[in-house]
Design a protein around this ligand. Structure first.
Ligand SMILES: Cc1ncc(COP(=O)(O)O)c(C=O)c1O
Length: 385
């Protein structure tokens, strides 16, 4: 790319697209143009502002309807959803949990919160998410099955779960990942925190796994301020998820009896009120974001720059629109230029395998993740009003 000339053209285009000839343009900011204030005031007036209230229940019904999952449990954030899902899937102290190196740190932190050890396998370049072919290949050379359980031949640890992540809302080849997990008897938990409203083969992300997780943090497609959700089709796990996220209180008209060491992870009604109003607008938001993604794709094509687009059978929420720079040098030059101009852009995360806490974890070949880390740039992707 003819760097500064093209960079200026890109910035100009983004400013036009957002109708903002000057001033700061954020990467992703929330919009509150629906029933948000009404529902929040209603929740305050009801006095139910903590973890009991009609909006928490309504939120769970909405998540079930959107995802098609049989059970949904509202929690305080996506990290808690992941932590709880790992426990529900039976992950035990010292087990290994496989995930991808290209993810937000919370995915890996949650594995450690569950007292397990992270283990990394590569992503596909086109989907940005865990590669089923590389997972299968990696497991075939590094694991052995004993008593029906999968063990890492090199560390001796049981591989209890696999957590692929639908990066920036782009669905990965989750049906193929499910087949590989089944072959090795590894529980599948989807980190679908970024992909509310994204579908693969007409099924919502998060429903392919034993459990799926969502985040409603302020930077996501829809927000509850802070919040998350766990989904599952397994009735026992659904019930257990609710019990363990609400301090395992045994239902009783007045007595306090708790029957497990549990968590205070339930989403407060105030946050759920905000979430309900936001979810009412999800379809409109996604239409808006998909139109933005298409506009970007046409434009970047004229500059010879590759946009990240959904793979076959995937329908993405385009939470964040991404482009691929020629190399790391060009990536860094663009990031410096655009942020200097007040147009926010961000790289993908530094690979988890490079962070001090996780650099010694077991891993396979992760060359695709490295290739993407060097090139991915996320550009402003908010809903345009
Ligand atoms: C991939 C991924 N996993 C987990 C999380 C954790 O979600 P939260 O911030 O709601 O705890 C996030 C989002 O922040 C995320 O992007």
């Amino acid at each position: 790319m003819e760097s500064h000339k093209s960079f200026a053209e890109i910035i100009q285009f983004i400013r036009t697209v957002f109708g903002a000839p000057e001033g700061f343009i954020a990467l992703h900011e929330p919009r509150f143009n629906g029933n948000e204030k009404k529902y929040l005031i209603d929740a305050i007036d009801s006095t139910y502002v903590s973890s009991v209230g009609q909006y928490v229940n309504r939120f769970e019904e909405m998540i079930k309807e959107i995802t098609g999952a049989r059970h949904a449990v509202a929690v305080v954030n996506g990290t808690a959803a992941l932590h709880m899902s790992l426990l529900l899937a039976g992950v035990e102290h010292g087990d290994e949990v496989i995930t991808q190196p290209l993810t937000f740190v919370a995915t890996v932190n949650a594995i450690v919160h569950a007292n397990a050890v992270p283990h990394f396998t590569d992503v596909d370049i086109d989907s940005l998410g865990m590669s089923p072919a590389k997972l299968d290949d990696h497991l075939s050379t590094t694991t052995t099955i004993k008593n029906g359980k999968c063990f890492n031949k090199f560390t001796g640890r049981k591989i209890a779960a696999c957590v692929p992540m639908h990066t920036f809302g782009m669905p990965l080849r989750i049906d193929e990942i499910a087949v590989v997990c089944e072959k090795y008897n590894i529980a599948l938990i989807e980190d679908s925190t970024e992909s509310i409203g994204s579908y693969y083969r007409d099924k919502h992300t998060g429903v392919y796994g034993l459990l799926g997780t969502f985040s409603f943090n302020g930077n996501k497609t829809v927000t509850s301020g802070a919040g998350g959700a766990i989904i599952t089709n397994d009735e026992m796990l659904g019930k257990k998820a609710k019990h363990l996220t609400t301090t395992a209180k045994v239902p009783h008209p007045w007595a306090f009896v708790h029957d497990a060491v549990a968590y205070n992870y339930r989403m407060p009604n105030l946050n759920a009120a905000l979430a309900c109003a936001q979810l009412e607008q999800l379809d409109a938001y996604i239409q808006n974001k998909r139109a933005l993604a298409e506009t970007y794709q046409h434009f970047f094509k004229t500059l010879g720059i590759t946009s990240v687009t959904e793979i076959d059978h995937a329908k993405s929420n385009y939470w964040l629109c991404s482009i691929l720079m020629k190399d790391r040098e060009e990536r860094d030059a663009f990031l410096a230029y655009s942020n200097e101009c007040g147009v926010m852009s961000r790289p993908a995360w530094t690979l988890m395998t490079k962070l001090d806490m996780y650099k010694d974890c077991f891993k396979g070949d992760i060359s695709n993740a490295q290739w993407l880390e060097d090139r991915v740039v996320n550009i402003p992707s908010s809903v345009r009003v």
